[in-house]
Design a protein around this ligand. Structure first.
Ligand code: PGA
Ligand code: ZN
Length: 421
C-alpha cells in the first residue's frame, strides 16, 4: 500500500486558534487525518511551529496566528517528496528530517512536520491492519498510563488566578483506568461545588481546569486535598497531588516572582520554598519547579528532594534528546514530560521517551493547552508504554477525546494498567 495523496489544511484548535491538519490518503481509498496541538506556556527550546505573522504571509483575520505558510510547505514541498511511498513512519520521518535539517524544524515548521508524521503513522497502522496503539507496540503488552488530571488551573492558562499553572491529582491507588477516571470526575465535581464559595463563578481554563483565585499555593493544595478526602478517598495512599509550577513563566531577571503572595525569590531561596512545599503537602510529582535554563537550581533541589518525589522536566527538556542527556548527566530531574510537538516528529519523540525510560526516568506523555478532538495521544502513550498521561481536565471534547480513547483501548484491547509509583 502507498501514500496516494498527502494534503495539508488549516483547522481550529480548542482555543479557536488556527492549527495544521493533514489528510494522508492511501492507495486502498482510505484517508487518515491528524491534527496538531499548540502550547501557551511554550519553552524557548521547543521545535518551532510556524505562524504567519512570523513568515510575512498576510492574513486579515486570526491576528497573524494563521498557519497557511506551514500548510503550503506541506502541499508544495513535503507532499511531492513522499507521495507514492509506503506509509512507513521511520522512512517518512527521515525524509522530513532531510527536507528540514534544522534542529528545531523552523524551515518547514514543526506544526507541518508533526502533522505529516502523525498522519503517516496512522496510515501505517491502517496498512498493517492494527490499531494505532498496537502498531506502535508490535510485540509487547500495551500499557494504559496513569492519568494525571488538572483540577485547578492558573498561570498562562487561567489569567493568572494562581502563579502556578496546574494543581492536578494522580489516582495511583486505582486498579484500572476506568476506576481512576471515576475518582477524578468525583473530585472535580466536588471541587466545582466547593469552589463556588471562592467567588460567584469560576473560570474554566484552557485545559478545562477550574480557575479559582487562591491566596497561596498551599491554600490551593489544601482545597484539592479536602476534595479528595471528602469523597472518601485516602490522600497519599490512593490519590496524591501533582503540581505544574511552570516557573519559567514567572522567572525574570534571575528572580522567581510570585505575584499572589507579592514576593520574589533568588534561585536558592526558591529551592527552599519548593522543598518546604513538597514536604508539607501530599505532593508526589512536581513539574518545572525551576526555570528552563536554571539547571543549577534543578541540581540543588534533586539533592534535597524527598526520594519518592517525581521531579518532572517539561520546559527544561522540551522533548529534546540533547537537553535530556544533559539532565541525566547532571542529575537535574527523574522524569520527563513528552510532547510530540516540542520535538516535531513521531519517531524522534519516541527516541527521547526510550532514552528516558532506559535510565529509569518516569515518562509522562502530555497534551498541549491548545488541543483538538484528535485522540492519537492516547494511542501513543499506550503503545509506547508511558507511565503517565497528562491531558488537562475532564471538561471539553478536546480533553475527553483522549480519555474516551483510553477507555476504548481498555475495553477493546488486551492492556495492562500502569502502576507508576
Ligand atoms: P502548554 O501547557 O501546552 O501551554 O505549554 C502544558 C504544560 O505546561 O504542561
Ligand atoms: Zn508544563
Amino acid at each position: 500500500m502507498e501514500l496516494a495523496k498527502v494534503f495539508g489544511y488549516q483547522v481550529l484548535d480548542s482555543r479557536g486558534r488556527p492549527t495544521v491538519a493533514v489528510n494522508a490518503a492511501l492507495s486502498d481509498g482510505s484517508t487518515h487525518t491528524a491534527r496538531v496541538p499548540s502550547g501557551a506556556s511554550t519553552g524557548a527550546h521547543e521545535a518551532k511551529e510556524l505562524r504567519d505573522a512570523k513568515t510575512g504571509f498576510t492574513e486579515r483575520f486570526y491576528g497573524g496566528k494563521s498557519v497557511y505558510f506551514a500548510v503550503d510547505n506541506i502541499n508544495k514541498i513535503i507532499a511531492p517528496a513522499i507521495t507514492g511511498l509506503a506509509p512507513d513512519p521511520t522512512n517518512i520521518d527521515a525524509i522530513l528530517a532531510k527536507l528540514d535539517p534544522s534542529d528545531d524544524h523552523h524551515t518547514l515548521g514543526a506544526n507541518a512536520t508533526l502533522a505529516v508524521s502523525l498522519a503517516v503513522t496512522k496510515a501505517g497502522a491502517h496498512a498493517a491492519g492494527k490499531s494505532l496503539a498496537r502498531y506502535l507496540q508490535p510485540t509487547g503488552n500495551l500499557l494504559i498510563p496513569m492519568p494525571m488530571v488538572n483540577i485547578l488551573s492558573g498561570g498562562a492558562h487561567a489569567n493568572r488566578t494562581l502563579d502556578i499553572q496546574d494543581v492536578l491529582v494522580l489516582p495511583h491507588g486505582a486498579t484500572s483506568f476506568t476506576e481512576a477516571l471515576s475518582w477524578i470526575v468525583a473530585i472535580r465535581e466536588l471541587a466545582v461545588i466547593k469552589g463556588k464559595k471562592y467567588g460567584a463563578t469560576h473560570l474554566i481554563a484552557d485545559e478545562g481546569g477550574l480557575g479559582i483565585a487562591f491566596p497561596s499555593i498551599d491554600a490551593a493544595c489544601e482545597f484539592v486535598t479536602s476534595c479528595i478526602s471528602e469523597i472518601g478517598l485516602k490522600v497519599e495512599s490512593e490519590v496524591s497531588i501533582a503540581l505544574d509550577i511552570a516557573s519559567t513563566e514567572f522567572f525574570d531577571n534571575g528572580k522567581y516572582n510570585l505575584q499572589t503572595i507579592g514576593s520574589d525569590f533568588t534561585s536558592s531561596q526558591f529551592v527552599k520554598f519548593i522543598t518546604k512545599l513538597v514536604n508539607e503537602q501530599p505532593i508526589i510529582s512536581i513539574e518545572d519547579p525551576f526555570a528552563e535554563d536554571d539547571w543549577a537550581a534543578w541540581q540543588e533541589f534533586m539533592d534535597v528532594a524527598p526520594k519518592n518525589l517525581q521531579v518532572l522536566g517539561d520546559d527544561l527538556f522540551t522533548t529534546n534528546m540533547a537537553r535530556l542527556e544533559r539532565g541525566i548527566t547532571d542529575s537535574c530531574a527523574n522524569a520527563i514530560l513528552i510532547k510530540a510537538n516540542q520535538n516535531g516528529l513521531v519517531t524522534s519523540t519516541k527516541d527521547v521517551l526510550d532514552k528516558a525510560a532506559s535510565v529509569n526516568f518516569k515518562t509522562v506523555v502530555s497534551a498541549r493547552s491548545g488541543e483538538t478532538e484528535d485522540s492519537w495521544l492516547a494511542d501513543l502513550a499506550t503503545g509506547w508504554r508511558a507511565a503517565q498521561i497528562k491531558v488537562g481536565s475532564t471538561h471539553g471534547a478536546d480533553r475527553t477525546a483522549k480519555w474516551n480513547r483510553l477507555l476504548e483501548l481498555e475495553a477493546t484491547e488486551d492492556c495492562e494498567f500502569a502502576k507508576p509509583f
